[in-house]
Design a binder for this molecule. Structure first.
Ligand code: ADP
Ligand code: MG
Length: 235
């Protein structure tokens, strides 16, 4: 690895990976699911991870989240990543706002939680119970809970695949919008190629336990404001 001691602090910060995997392997019994994965994700990148079902996408995401102690190889993460799974995993006996700020220790946590709920379009629903929300709204709560922690790295595991088509479009638009505003690095697992091309700056494909494709997209894509899916239907 080359080091450039003369690099200025700000340049070093902007180019330093927020997460780095080197030669990472993971086996379950005799089955080697990951067989040597090298990956750097840098600040502000929006990376999509594609692959067939069972190819190891969620395994890789859990490793990046620090949730898998069984992997070997070089795994370096910065501050705590935030994760959103396909299922929002809200506590049913806590209000929406309580779910968002659960475990937050900052003094104005509840104010930050309210502001984040407003950003995801849920102002006024702070005191609702999770069961009173639609599936799409619950996933917005999960996004608010992740982003209020101001993570350097946001990990999304097929976050929209349980939503119906219209709800999915507005959720995709929201994620793009939040990414532009908060600029965490994002790694989004998806099996939807269109979704990957719509949202990501960089597309990875995992197959046979390795990253077989890693491509930066230089498309000048229409960002959130011009996105055709921005038309939100509130009924
Ligand atoms: P993907 O998210 O790409 O669909 P996963 O990472 O969930 O794939 O799983 C990859 C492979 O690892 C699958 O064959 C799965 O059955 C296996 N696997 C994942 N987690 C475990 C586990 N905790 N124990 C045993 N096998 C597992
Ligand atoms: Mg998976």
């Amino acid at each position: 690895m080359s080091t450039t001691a003369s690099t200025t602090a700000s340049t070093a910060t902007s180019t330093a990976p927020v997460v780095s995997l080197q030669g990472v392997r993971r086996a379950f019994g005799d089955t080697e699911v990951l067989r040597g994965v090298d990956l750097d994700i840098r600040a502000g990148e929006f990376v999509a991870l594609l692959g067939h079902s069972g190819s190891g996408k969620s395994t890789m995401l859990r490793i990046l989240a620090g949730l898998d102690a069984g992997a070997t190889g070089g795994i370096r993460t910065g501050s705590e990543p935030a994760v959103v799974f396909q299922d929002p995993r809200l506590l049913p006996w806590r209000s929406v706002l309580d779910n968002v700020v659960l475990g937050l220790r900052t003094k104005d946590a509840r104010e930050q939680g309210r502001a984040m709920l407003a950003e995801v379009g849920l102002a006024g629903r702070e005191d609702a119970w999770p069961r009173e929300l639609s599936g799409g709204q619950r996933q917005r709560v999960a996004l608010a809970r992740a982003l209020v922690r101001e993570p350097d790295l946001l990990l999304l595991d097929e976050p929209f695949s349980a939503l119906d088509a219209l709800t999915r479009i507005s959720a995709q638009t929201l994620v793009q919008d939040l990414w532009q505003r908060h600029l965490p690095a994002v790694l989004m697992v998806t099996h939807d190629v269109e979704e990957a091309l719509l949202l990501a700056d960089r597309v990875l494909v995992v197959a046979d336990g390795k990253l077989v494709h890693d491509e930066r997209l230089d498309i000048e894509r229409p960002r959130a404001r011009n996105h055709p899916g921005i038309v939100e239907r509130r009924v």
